[in-house]
Design a protein around this ligand. Structure first.
Ligand code: SF4
Length: 689
């Protein structure tokens, strides 16, 4: 009999059935409302990693001198990790050990990991890779609405919009089953606007495509709002009744006339006017942002600027309209709610709030005064590893830092400076390969747990497959370490952990206390906070949304003589995040990295399609074959980030509010490697040098 469960990958958390416990087969689950049986190729191929010969099935320890790996028992491995943590904390105090989680971990794991750090280890040094994914939208949502839930409405509401503005989202390629909502919207006569420096497959479904200079989405929003004010298209009654701060926002956009917007964004004034006219005349406007707009050192303000547009039009809280963020990682939403973030306790509570500390400490059975305060954000934490003031031991769960961190060469050197690096993973990822101890864990449908999808819908990823012998769940690892290092009890049964999470989150902004596994099964998922938010009131004490006057600042790095083009990064359909799973799935094509550039730029460089090129930034370089396409701006190159290399290039400049690194734009140079390759004695394939 098939088991109803969910895809291991993105935030859509498509429902699927899995049949066969030994050789799993993915089948459609038509009744699940989010995807109605549709899956992208990653979902259909999800079972491919199961049974892989690369699967780790025994704890491994590495001898630093010889580099040799040895298999050890679980007790031995956990004892070594506990001893290393004790040594780090004896030398440096509680913050001598750090914990790094992931936005793909189940809610139960994210919660337990946060509890492990705060209650068992007493360290403030915990953060996770979701900081690099959704934190700018989260920060902006909290500031504007008092609450961060990526989509405050079901995804299907998209179909009801008259105009949908996608800012920095390649939805058709990153979550293809969601693209049907765009088709239905257009069948109804609605229109789609796509704003992206690359003309992606999503643009094929658009009525208006704008390709701004990377890093200028904020200026574009200011220019649009300027035109809406000039056209008297703002909803003054809504603004007066439901917001604060409008006057200063209105004044701040006064100088953003279209010609100035054109100079900054590269979008012609008549196109800006066309967009504004489209918005001004539409009863239902929906703005959705994604990583293209958010992964910037100005990402948080960029989101606020687009929220201002949605609020000025009186759209937020109206059905089929408003603002939302298209979360990326599988549990990007739940992963940022239950305590693996540096400043946070379960239920989206702040760790510096005395009442929150008392409540959570009560659930954990510890003295609130023993809980640490806020720690470092993800990049700042990694940057501090192995330094005099930083942790000397690190536990990594659900993250492949060596591939996914910005300025990755530097970050890798920080990992290598640790006294102890422990990685829990299913395969020997690039990060596991430099660890001291690798703990082989269960994955995906080998275990049960909840995920919270991009709509705030809590779903149950049920166990459907028997895990290989020798592996343990992350919950077992956490409990095993906690038992060695503290007397704080940790449950290992996911349903028990979820019930505890519910108690810990009760009364918080993200309150899961009324959600149970049975309710999720019966109701096809449960929205925390309700299906639709903000219809009557926002989550600030006075019930009003806050509008902030934000300024265009531009990218932290702009092209110059040495680095004359913009570099941007992103995803391809067949791969997911750092590729640790999808690159090992045979049914998914792994064509390796490439450098996408416009024919005008290629012509200037003397590069033809398939030629090897080197992309360099101030932080590093990589080589890959060229793809010459007319769909990218001539001043911009694109590299996918699923392979080692792209993030050696990216900029670690951080957003001041969200601490999000500027993954999406930096200054780069591009050069042909044709001559260099031709002069090699044997024509080596292009490598990620
Ligand atoms: Fe999985 Fe996302 Fe593809 Fe759905 S869209 S099948 S959740 S990767």
């Amino acid at each position: 009999m098939a088991t109803e469960t969910h895809c291991p990958y993105c935030s859509l958390q498509c429902g699927m059935r899995l049949a066969g416990r030994r050789v799993p087969e993915v089948q459609a689950w038509e009744e699940f409302p989010v995807n109605r049986g549709a899956l992208c190729r990653k979902g259909w191929a999800a079972a491919g990693l199961y049974g892989s010969r690369e699967r780790l099935t025994s704890p491994l320890v590495r001898d630093r001198e010889s580099g040799e790996w040895s298999a050890v028992s679980w007790d031995d491995a956990l004892d070594r990790v506990a001893a290393g943590i004790r040594a780090a904390q004896a030398a440096k105090g509680p913050d001598g050990v750090a914990v790094f989680g992931g936005g793909g971990l189940t809610n139960e794991k994210a919660y337990s990991l946060g509890k492990l750090a705060r209650a068992a280890l007493g360290t403030s040094q915990i953060d996770y890779n979701g900081r690099w994914c959704m934190s700018s939208a989260a920060s902006a949502g909290i500031r504007a609405f008092g609450l961060d839930r990526g989509l405050p409405f079901p995804l299907a509401d998209v179909e009801e919009a008259d105009v949908l503005v996608l800012v920095g989202s390649n939805l058709a390629e990153t979550m293809p089953p969601a693209a049907r909502h765009l088709d239905r919207l257009r069948e109804r006569g609605g229109r789609v606007v796509v704003i992206d420096p690359r003309r992606t497959p999503t643009a094929d479904r658009a009525d208006l495509v704008l390709q701004p200079v990377p890093g200028t989405d904020l200026a574009l929003a200011l220019g649009v709002l300027h035109l809406l004010v000039a056209a008297a298209a703002v909803d003054e009654d809504y603004l007066a009744a439901r917001t604060t701060g409008w006057e200063s926002v209105r004044d701040s956009v006064a100088g953003w006339w279209p010609e100035r917007g054109e100079r900054v964004t590269g979008i012609e004034a008549h196109e800006l006017r066309a967009l504004a006219a489209m918005l001004a005349g539409s009863p239902k406007v929906m703005v959705l942002t994604a990583r293209g707009a958010e992964q910037h050192s100005t990402g948080s303000d960029t989101v606020l600027a687009w929220i201002n547009v949605a609020l000025a039009l009186g759209m937020v809280g109206k059905r089929g309209a408003g603002y939302g963020c298209l979360t990326g990682q599988g549990n990007g939403q739940g992963g940022r709610e239950h305590g693996q973030k540096a400043d946070q306790l379960p239920g989206y509570r702040r760790i510096d709030d005395p009442a929150a500390r008392a409540h959570v400490a009560g659930v954990w059975g510890v003295d609130p005064d023993t809980l640490p305060g806020p720690g470092r954000s993800a990049y700042e934490l990694l940057d501090a590893l192995g330094t005099d003031d930083g942790p000397s031991a690190l536990l990594v769960m659900g993250s492949n830092i060596v591939v996914s961190a910005p300025n990755a060469t530097h970050v890798t050197s920080r990992l290598e400076a640790l006294d102890l690096l422990v990685v829990c993973d299913v395969v020997m990822s690039e990060t596991a390969a430099i660890a001291d101890v690798v703990l082989p864990v269960t994955q995906w449908a080998e275990e049960t747990g909840t995920m919270t999808n991009l709509e705030g819908r809590v779903v149950l990823r049920q166990k459907a497959i028997t895990p290989p012998s020798g592996v343990r769940s992350d919950l077992d690892v956490i409990a095993g370490l906690a038992a060695r290092l503290s007397d704080v009890p940790f449950a290992t049964d996911p349903e028990e952990v979820f019930a505890e999470l519910g108690r810990a989150s009760a009364g918080g902004p993200a309150d899961y206390s009324s959600i149970t596994y049975d309710r999720i099964r019966d109701e096809g998922g449960v929205f925390w906070g309700g299906e639709r938010l903000f219809a009557e009131t926002f989550a600030h004490v006075d019930g009003r949304a806050r509008m902030y006057a934000v300024e265009h600042r531009g990218a932290a790095e702009v092209p110059c003589a040495d680095y004359p083009v913009h570099l941007t990064t992103g995803r391809v359909l067949a791969q997911y995040q750092s590729g640790a799973q999808t690159r090992r799935t045979r049914a998914l094509p792994d064509d390796g990295p490439f450098v996408e550039l416009h024919p005008l730029l290629a012509g200037r460089l003397g590069v033809a399609a398939g030629d090897p090129v080197r992309v360099a930034t101030r932080r590093g370089s990589m080589a890959a074959p060229a793809r010459v396409v007319t769909t990218i701006r001539p001043d911009t190159v694109f590299v996918p980030f699923h392979w080692v290399g792209a993030n050696r290039l990216t900029n670690d400049a951080l957003d001041p509010a969200s601490r999000m690194p500027e993954f999406k734009v930096c200054a780069a140079s591009v050069a042909s490697l044709l001559e260099e390759v031709a002069q090699r004695p044997s024509r080596d394939p292009v490598t990620h040098a």
